[in-house]
Ligand binder design. Structure first.
Ligand code: NAD
Length: 507
């Protein structure tokens, strides 16, 4: 079947594959180069849907951990999936990358593409893999970029192999198959994706990829077949769009704070509009993680290289820098208010010498990933103001210790809050949402909370006697000028009605 016929059958998405693919049983070996968040999850999930998978990584320690059944990352459901597929002999791990390349028919590249100082993607890890492929290719390989790479990288890989390494063009095909999984939900996202994107101009590569994903495709996963550069662009355009959405709601939240509106109600009502959708309308301390900041910077960089501005994404990035300063800005203001001093005159010294408990270090819940986590900015700012930091996170403390070896890491939220002058909530872990705030208050020196994720009802905190602030709900924290000094006994406080959502549905 020629590529144009296949494409016609697929018609960009929602149609089912022709029977050739539905019934195809792949006997090809899948090699994944790079066994990090994406590579390990992809490897385990591809094995789960019936492929024979080799996961390779240059990091021998990581491979040794995996050989011992220990996951090098925290990801829900991953351990069970790995164990099951290793036992079924569909999944193996190796630090012999050369051998893994030689043994594989389909080579997925899942190495990092971190941000350079100028905002561009650093492709040195990709280049190193291409060199290893060139050195170990002796039979036809389908080379798939799963890493997020700038538009044009696929073309560059082809040129590198042919021109720099003299590899026969019949010996390989290039595919872009960007990954959209979310850390914390990665296994679920890989096995039940919103869509598959496959970009290639090679019939044989397309057939190979369809065999690899046969279970998902026949299960009804929508897919988009396109060329390499369009597939590469889809990934950047998607991540940058989400960055814009987050920065947008963050700025709405700041405006809510300035105008006594409640962002949660605003976001809820916005999300009822199906053109907007409720996803990514949670304001917070700015976006972080290994993808949104770097991919947004990268698309702005790609645009600039093409003499085009990308105003919206640049604005989202600029807004994010400001947003990441909000938790500390709010803490300073709250402390000054408690001390009943002039906000304008005294900003710096108010926190000096104070102890602050930072609850949540991961860039979001359910992951141990701290790359570009907003908590890093918060801790840096607090340290610059002379604050003593006590920190707690259910799983990310090991990774944060590598960035801040000298702060105090605690075994629970309560231990972190003990004798603290304030708490800052930075990650919306369920465990943090479920804190017994009455118990927390008892151990704190001063009951003060900045909830940078809006996980606790301000009403609850106020009733318990906390001075509090949030992102976009400041009004509720001091509603109707009822902001009273923290040390006034609770029974003297007026009860404030919490916001109620009232929705009339006619559908
Ligand atoms: P990661 O840092 O967790 O993993 C990369 C792995 O590659 C590391 O284990 C490293 O040791 C290994 N590696 C580096 N050079 C190698 C080589 N020459 N041979 C073999 N292994 C090598 O990175 P990640 O978070 O998994 O991201 C990988 C790519 O996927 C990036 O481009 C990222 O943008 C993209 N992505 C990430 C996510 C995510 O949520 N983390 C989601 C979608 C896409």
């Amino acid at each position: 079947m020629c590529l144009s016929t296949v494409r016609k059958n697929f018609i960009l998405g929602l149609l089912l594959l022709p029977p050739l693919f539905v019934n195809a049983q792949s006997d090809k070996v899948v090699t994944i180069i790079g066994t990090g968040y994406v590579g390990l999850v992809s490897g385990a999930c591809l094995a789960e849907i019936g492929n024979s998978v080799i996961c390779a990584d240059v990091d021998s320690k990581k491979i040794e951990l995996l050989h011992n059944g220990i996951m090098p990352i925290y990801e829900l459901g991953l351990s069970e999936l790995v164990e099951r597929n290793v036992d079924a002999q569909r999944l193996i791990f190796t630090d012999n990358v050369a051998e893994a390349i030689a043994s594989g028919d389909i080579i997925f590249i899942a190495v990092g593409t971190p941000m350079r100082a100028d905002g561009s993607a650093n492709l040195s890890y990709i280049d190193a893999v291409i060199r290893m492929i060139a050195e170990n290719i002796s039979s036809y390989k389908v080379i798939v970029t799963k890493s997020t790479v700038p538009v044009g990288t696929g073309r560059g890989i082809r040129a590198q192999l042919e021109n720099d390494y003299g590899i026969d063009s019949n010996l390989f095909s290039v595919v872009s198959n960007p990954e959209f999984l979310r850390e914390g939900l990665a296994v679920n996202d890989f096995l039940y994706p919103d869509r598959l994107v496959i970009g290639t101009d090679s019939d044989s590569a397309l057939i190979a990829l369809c065999e690899v994903y046969e279970t998902l495709i026949t299960g009804g996963t929508p897919y988009v077949l396109t060329d390499v550069q369009t597939a590469e662009m889809i990934k950047y355009a998607s991540n940058a769009f989400l960055s814009v959405k987050i920065s947008y709601i963050n700025e709405v939240a700041n405006l809510c704070d300035a105008t006594d509106a409640d962002v949660k109600t605003v976001a809820y009502a916005m999300g009822l509009d199906h053109r907007i959708s409720p996803a990514f309308l949670n304001p917070g301390p700015g976006f972080g993680g290994s993808c949104f900041p770097k991919d947004s910077q990268a698309i702005v960089h790609i645009a600039a290289k093409n003499n085009l501005p990308f105003h919206t994404v640049q604005a989202a990035l600029d807004a994010n820098v400001i947003q990441q300063g909000k938790p500390v800005e709010k803490l300073q203001a709250l402390m000054l208010r408690e001390m009943q001093e002039d906000l304008m005159e005294k900003t710096a010294p108010v926190l000096a010498g104070k102890t602050v408990a930072v609850l949540g270090l991961a860039f979001k819940a359910n992951t141990d990933d701290v790359r570009y986590s907003p908590s890093i900015t918060t801790i840096n700012l607090l340290q610059n103001l002379g604050v003593i930091i006590k920190a707690y996170d259910p799983v990310a403390m090991g990774n944060m210790r590598m960035i801040f070896p000298d702060i105090t890491y605690c075994s629970s939220a309560y231990q972190a809050a003990t004798d603290a002058d304030a708490v800052v909530i930075m990650t919306d872990w369920d465990e943090i949402k479920q804190i017994d705030f009455a118990r927390l208050k008892k151990v704190m020196r001063c009951p003060m909370i900045v909830d940078a994720r809006n996980v606790v009802n301000p009403e609850t905190l106020k009733q318990l006697g906390f001075a509090c602030d949030s992102i976009g709900q400041s009004y509720l924290c001091k509603k109707r000028n009822e902001y009273v000094h923290t040390f006034v006994p609770i029974h003297l406080r007026k009860r404030v009605q919490s916001t109620k959502f009232s929705v009339k549905r006619d559908r």
